[in-house]
Design a binder for this molecule. Sequence first.
Ligand code: NIG
Ligand code: FE
Length: 414
Amino acid sequence: MKKLIGPFKQIVTLANLPLRGKLDDSQLEIVENGGILISENLIEKIGDFKDLKIDLENSNDTFELHLIETEQICLPAFVDAHTHICFGGNRANDFAMRNGGKTYLQIAESGGGIWSSVLHTREASQEELLETLLERINSLLKLGITTIEIKSGYGLDVENELKMLRVIQQAQIQTKATLIPTCLSAHLKPRDFEGGNKEYLEYIIKEILPIVAKENLAKRVDIFIEKSAFLEEESRDYLLKAKELGFEITVHADQFTPGSSRIAVEVGAKSADHLEASTDEDIVYLANSDTVAIALPGASLGLGEPFTPARKILDNNGILAIASDWNPGSAPMGNLLVQASILATFQKLSTAEVLSAITFRAAHALNLSDRGILQKGKKADFVTFETDNFQNILYKQGSLLAKNIFIDADIQKF
Ligand code: NIG
Ligand code: FE
């Protein structure tokens, strides 16, 4: 049976836009008084609501009408391509100490930092982790985000990394959101590991990744390349080996010191994420590659660090996505729309550039070509806002809340 959803004051399809480079709002396709025709759960047509309805009535098709009673606009549902939302404990004390002027080392010495999230995540049972993960997934869904990447990386040994990835797998059974798991066992060498970084990375290759592949727990591998985590040369070797095992690659790059985005490009990573410390040369190099540059304004806001030079990435014809990085330490907010709106004001991004960065360009970073635009044949995930103009979404800086969320053309109830 077919389904017609509408009428919407505006449908912003985000169709027919280039994958890379800058965008002007005049390039956006906006269908006024639009409807979305669904067939077999996929989008069949976007057009004038009245015309679509007349066509259906004159056809032999049986159809269902989903009438939108109030004034709403509709966009493709959002994609959050970088999160760490499977974790135990919280790091409010880190945040308070950091704002009180304490250094990274002082925070770590007083029991904070990534290691404290590792200890809390190891302590948590699968059931506890699943419950809090599902709560966070739901809060993202309510914002209109229906595709969520989720990293491991707070287990840091065979047992606990697999525990995290299995929890994400279980969560997928209980949510309509699409979850994209990523193995981030190379987040940090755990304090209780006997051996150096090189040995730990070998341990991941030998003991963790083969099981991850066998149990289909993740298709993607990530690493945190930074002086305090893994160095460039050892990371390159690790990523090439992970690639040989069949994994797609993504990298935490250039967060505090530049250089590692080059490695992401050299190994053919799908994305290089962070980039707050990238030099102009790094940005040009990255922008000339097929690796998506992912800005994480939530981490800049959580740490008080500079924003990713998103404007330069687009001006150099790069592929820009924006993600939340939601994690207990550096990015505790978990609100992609607030963060993307703020990045837009500081980096001078057009509405079209921001919306593309959290829809089809973010989907591309996750190797998903079936979503992120509203067009024939695409997945029927969309978000609506009760307003008369799409520009109000960024103008309200996240305080205009999503009204309805549709997944596979079904309205979601929370
Ligand atoms: O993306 N940079 C490294 N990893 C995370 C932070 C994780 C944490 O602090 O727990 C990030 O910002
Ligand atoms: Fe991160």
